[in-house]
Write a protein that binds this ligand. Structure first.
Ligand code: HEM
Length: 127
Protein backbone atom coordinates (compact mmCIF):
# COMPACT_ATOMS: atom_id res chain seq x y z
CA UNK A 1 0.00 0.00 0.00
CA UNK A 2 1.32 3.45 -0.85
CA UNK A 3 2.01 5.96 1.90
CA UNK A 4 -0.96 7.89 3.22
CA UNK A 5 -3.48 5.91 1.18
CA UNK A 6 -6.60 5.52 3.30
CA UNK A 7 -7.12 2.04 4.68
CA UNK A 8 -10.27 0.11 3.83
CA UNK A 9 -11.33 0.73 7.43
CA UNK A 10 -11.09 4.49 6.83
CA UNK A 11 -12.81 4.20 3.45
CA UNK A 12 -15.69 2.39 5.16
CA UNK A 13 -16.11 5.36 7.49
CA UNK A 14 -14.10 4.26 10.52
CA UNK A 15 -15.36 2.93 13.85
CA UNK A 16 -18.65 4.77 13.94
CA UNK A 17 -19.86 3.64 10.53
CA UNK A 18 -18.48 0.12 10.94
CA UNK A 19 -20.34 -0.26 14.23
CA UNK A 20 -23.56 0.74 12.50
CA UNK A 21 -22.85 -1.66 9.62
CA UNK A 22 -22.25 -4.58 12.00
CA UNK A 23 -25.55 -3.95 13.81
CA UNK A 24 -27.50 -3.58 10.59
CA UNK A 25 -25.82 -6.67 9.12
CA UNK A 26 -26.89 -8.87 12.06
CA UNK A 27 -30.39 -7.38 12.02
CA UNK A 28 -30.62 -8.64 8.45
CA UNK A 29 -28.89 -11.95 9.22
CA UNK A 30 -31.30 -12.72 12.08
CA UNK A 31 -34.28 -11.88 9.88
CA UNK A 32 -33.01 -14.17 7.10
CA UNK A 33 -34.70 -17.53 7.46
CA UNK A 34 -31.71 -19.34 5.96
CA UNK A 35 -29.37 -17.86 8.60
CA UNK A 36 -31.27 -16.86 11.74
CA UNK A 37 -31.30 -20.33 13.30
CA UNK A 38 -27.49 -20.43 13.46
CA UNK A 39 -27.63 -17.62 16.01
CA UNK A 40 -30.15 -19.07 18.45
CA UNK A 41 -28.75 -18.91 22.00
CA UNK A 42 -25.84 -16.71 20.89
CA UNK A 43 -25.03 -13.57 22.86
CA UNK A 44 -25.53 -10.99 20.10
CA UNK A 45 -23.99 -8.21 22.16
CA UNK A 46 -20.70 -10.04 22.49
CA UNK A 47 -20.86 -11.33 18.90
CA UNK A 48 -21.35 -7.83 17.50
CA UNK A 49 -18.43 -6.51 19.54
CA UNK A 50 -16.20 -9.36 18.35
CA UNK A 51 -17.35 -8.95 14.74
CA UNK A 52 -16.62 -5.23 14.93
CA UNK A 53 -13.09 -5.95 16.16
CA UNK A 54 -12.56 -8.65 13.56
CA UNK A 55 -13.75 -6.56 10.62
CA UNK A 56 -11.93 -3.43 11.77
CA UNK A 57 -8.73 -5.43 11.98
CA UNK A 58 -9.29 -7.31 8.68
CA UNK A 59 -9.88 -3.97 6.94
CA UNK A 60 -6.54 -2.66 8.24
CA UNK A 61 -7.98 -0.54 11.01
CA UNK A 62 -6.06 0.24 14.22
CA UNK A 63 -7.96 -2.32 16.28
CA UNK A 64 -6.86 -5.70 17.61
CA UNK A 65 -9.18 -8.69 17.37
CA UNK A 66 -9.47 -10.36 20.77
CA UNK A 67 -11.98 -13.11 19.91
CA UNK A 68 -11.78 -16.79 19.10
CA UNK A 69 -9.97 -18.24 16.10
CA UNK A 70 -12.44 -18.32 13.18
CA UNK A 71 -12.04 -21.99 12.20
CA UNK A 72 -12.58 -23.08 15.78
CA UNK A 73 -15.67 -20.95 16.49
CA UNK A 74 -17.45 -21.92 13.23
CA UNK A 75 -16.53 -25.63 13.13
CA UNK A 76 -19.30 -28.23 13.25
CA UNK A 77 -22.15 -25.77 12.71
CA UNK A 78 -22.96 -26.93 9.17
CA UNK A 79 -22.20 -23.57 7.58
CA UNK A 80 -22.11 -24.01 3.80
CA UNK A 81 -20.99 -21.86 0.90
CA UNK A 82 -24.54 -20.59 0.36
CA UNK A 83 -24.75 -19.44 3.99
CA UNK A 84 -21.43 -17.69 3.69
CA UNK A 85 -22.56 -15.95 0.48
CA UNK A 86 -25.85 -14.83 2.05
CA UNK A 87 -24.02 -13.52 5.11
CA UNK A 88 -21.63 -11.50 2.91
CA UNK A 89 -24.63 -10.19 0.96
CA UNK A 90 -26.06 -8.78 4.19
CA UNK A 91 -22.73 -7.18 4.95
CA UNK A 92 -22.74 -5.53 1.50
CA UNK A 93 -26.34 -4.34 1.85
CA UNK A 94 -25.68 -2.92 5.31
CA UNK A 95 -22.58 -1.12 4.03
CA UNK A 96 -24.51 0.29 1.09
CA UNK A 97 -27.22 1.50 3.48
CA UNK A 98 -24.54 3.25 5.52
CA UNK A 99 -23.42 5.13 2.41
CA UNK A 100 -20.19 3.25 1.66
CA UNK A 101 -19.26 3.54 -2.01
CA UNK A 102 -19.58 0.42 -4.23
CA UNK A 103 -15.85 0.16 -4.99
CA UNK A 104 -14.99 0.09 -1.31
CA UNK A 105 -17.70 -2.51 -0.66
CA UNK A 106 -16.23 -4.72 -3.41
CA UNK A 107 -12.76 -4.48 -1.89
CA UNK A 108 -14.14 -5.30 1.56
CA UNK A 109 -16.01 -8.31 0.13
CA UNK A 110 -12.71 -9.45 -1.36
CA UNK A 111 -11.19 -9.41 2.12
CA UNK A 112 -14.10 -11.38 3.57
CA UNK A 113 -13.82 -13.98 0.79
CA UNK A 114 -10.37 -14.87 2.12
CA UNK A 115 -12.03 -16.30 5.24
CA UNK A 116 -14.52 -18.54 3.47
CA UNK A 117 -12.56 -21.75 4.06
CA UNK A 118 -12.21 -21.02 7.76
CA UNK A 119 -15.94 -20.31 8.16
CA UNK A 120 -17.28 -23.23 6.11
CA UNK A 121 -14.58 -25.76 7.08
CA UNK A 122 -15.44 -29.29 6.04
CA UNK A 123 -18.85 -28.20 4.75
CA UNK A 124 -17.14 -26.04 2.14
CA UNK A 125 -19.30 -27.11 -0.78
CA UNK A 126 -21.65 -25.06 -2.87
CA UNK A 127 -25.27 -25.11 -1.88
C1 HEM B 1 -16.90 -13.43 6.54
C2 HEM B 1 -17.78 -14.09 7.25
C3 HEM B 1 -17.72 -14.25 8.77
C4 HEM B 1 -16.88 -13.68 9.68
C5 HEM B 1 -15.72 -12.71 9.44
C6 HEM B 1 -17.28 -14.16 10.98
C7 HEM B 1 -16.70 -13.79 12.19
C8 HEM B 1 -17.13 -14.17 13.43
C9 HEM B 1 -16.60 -13.67 14.67
C10 HEM B 1 -15.47 -12.64 14.79
C11 HEM B 1 -17.25 -14.28 15.68
C12 HEM B 1 -17.05 -14.05 17.20
C13 HEM B 1 -16.02 -14.99 17.78
C14 HEM B 1 -15.95 -14.86 19.30
O1 HEM B 1 -16.99 -14.77 19.96
O2 HEM B 1 -14.84 -14.88 19.85
C15 HEM B 1 -18.22 -15.17 15.07
C16 HEM B 1 -19.11 -15.97 15.76
C17 HEM B 1 -20.11 -16.68 15.17
N1 HEM B 1 -20.34 -16.87 13.83
FE1 HEM B 1 -19.32 -15.98 12.36
N2 HEM B 1 -18.34 -15.01 10.85
C18 HEM B 1 -18.64 -15.09 9.49
C19 HEM B 1 -19.64 -15.84 8.91
C20 HEM B 1 -20.53 -16.60 9.60
C21 HEM B 1 -21.62 -17.33 8.99
C22 HEM B 1 -21.87 -17.40 7.48
C23 HEM B 1 -22.30 -17.94 10.00
C24 HEM B 1 -23.52 -18.81 9.95
C25 HEM B 1 -24.30 -18.93 8.93
C26 HEM B 1 -21.64 -17.58 11.24
C27 HEM B 1 -22.03 -18.02 12.49
C28 HEM B 1 -21.46 -17.63 13.68
C29 HEM B 1 -21.99 -17.99 14.98
C30 HEM B 1 -23.23 -18.83 15.26
C31 HEM B 1 -21.14 -17.39 15.93
C32 HEM B 1 -21.32 -17.38 17.46
C33 HEM B 1 -20.55 -18.47 18.11
C34 HEM B 1 -20.78 -18.44 19.61
O3 HEM B 1 -20.61 -17.39 20.24
O4 HEM B 1 -21.15 -19.47 20.14
N3 HEM B 1 -20.58 -16.77 10.96
N4 HEM B 1 -18.12 -15.08 13.69
Amino acid sequence: MSDNAPTLFERMGGSETLTRIVHEMYRRVLADESLGHFFENVSMKKLQQMQFEFLASALDGPIRYTGAELTHIHRGRGIRGAHFAAFCGHFADAAQDAGVDPGTIDLALGRLAMYKDKITGDTNVDG
